[in-house]
Design a protein around this ligand. Structure first.
Ligand SMILES: [Zn+2]
Length: 190
């Protein structure tokens, strides 16, 4: 499944967890929407890259090709491999997350969990599932180390593993919440 859908689906599943639901920030509709927003935020940076690629293609008379395949054009690659790549790194960096957490802390006088969970989850997932051209620099710009994912998010193996994990988590969660829902009086007397 596309990367963004996968991020949002995990957010949806996590919001079903009783412990997360009981947190003040996620108990409100606004907090839950904020969780989805911050889960999506790192890839909003990619929009800048996609729009730039579209502009390069149209101004060079090339047929428009959305997505990573646009990088087959040397004109696009020259920009993507250049300074513009930093936009991608900045949006997928724990340093940016820490800076935003600090700003929210100063304004709200507390840690804003939809931001920490949302962006933190996205970056952590991408570290393991993005390789080669889309590999991350999770501590950019402080530390230039580049990660290499275990497998690519678009690969068949990853789809199988991810869907299996989602099913396993859902079953586990259902059993956990269902067990809790059984009142003591309904339990067999030992
Ligand atoms: Zn991402």
């Amino acid at each position: 499944m596309p990367d963004e859908i996968s991020h949002l689906l995990w957010t949806y599943l996590l919001l079903k967890h009783p412990r997360i639901r009981s947190m003040k920030d996620f108990a409100t509709r606004r907090g839950r929407i904020a969780f989805y927003f911050f889960t999506f935020l790192p890839d909003l940076g990619n929009l800048t890259l996609i729009l730039t690629a579209a502009w390069i293609m149209t101004s060079n008379g090339l047929p428009f090709m959305p997505g990573p395949s646009a990088q087959m054009y040397p004109q696009v690659r020259a920009v993507f491999d250049g300074p513009l790549k930093n936009v991608y790194y900045i949006h997928h960096s724990y340093v940016t997350l820490a800076a935003l957490t600090l700003i929210f802390y100063v304004v709200l006088k507390r840690v804003y969990w939809p931001l920490v969970f949302g962006m933190g989850l996205h970056i952590t997932m991408d570290i393991f599932t993005h390789k080669d051209a889309t590999a991350l620099k999770p501590f950019f710009p402080l530390w230039d180390v580049k990660t290499s994912g275990v497998m690519h998010w678009g690969s068949f193996e990853f789809y199988v593993i991810e869907i299996a994990l989602m099913v396993a988590y859902t079953v586990w969660l259902f059993r956990k919440t269902h067990q809790k829902a059984v009142p003591d009086s309904a339990r067999p007397v030992p």
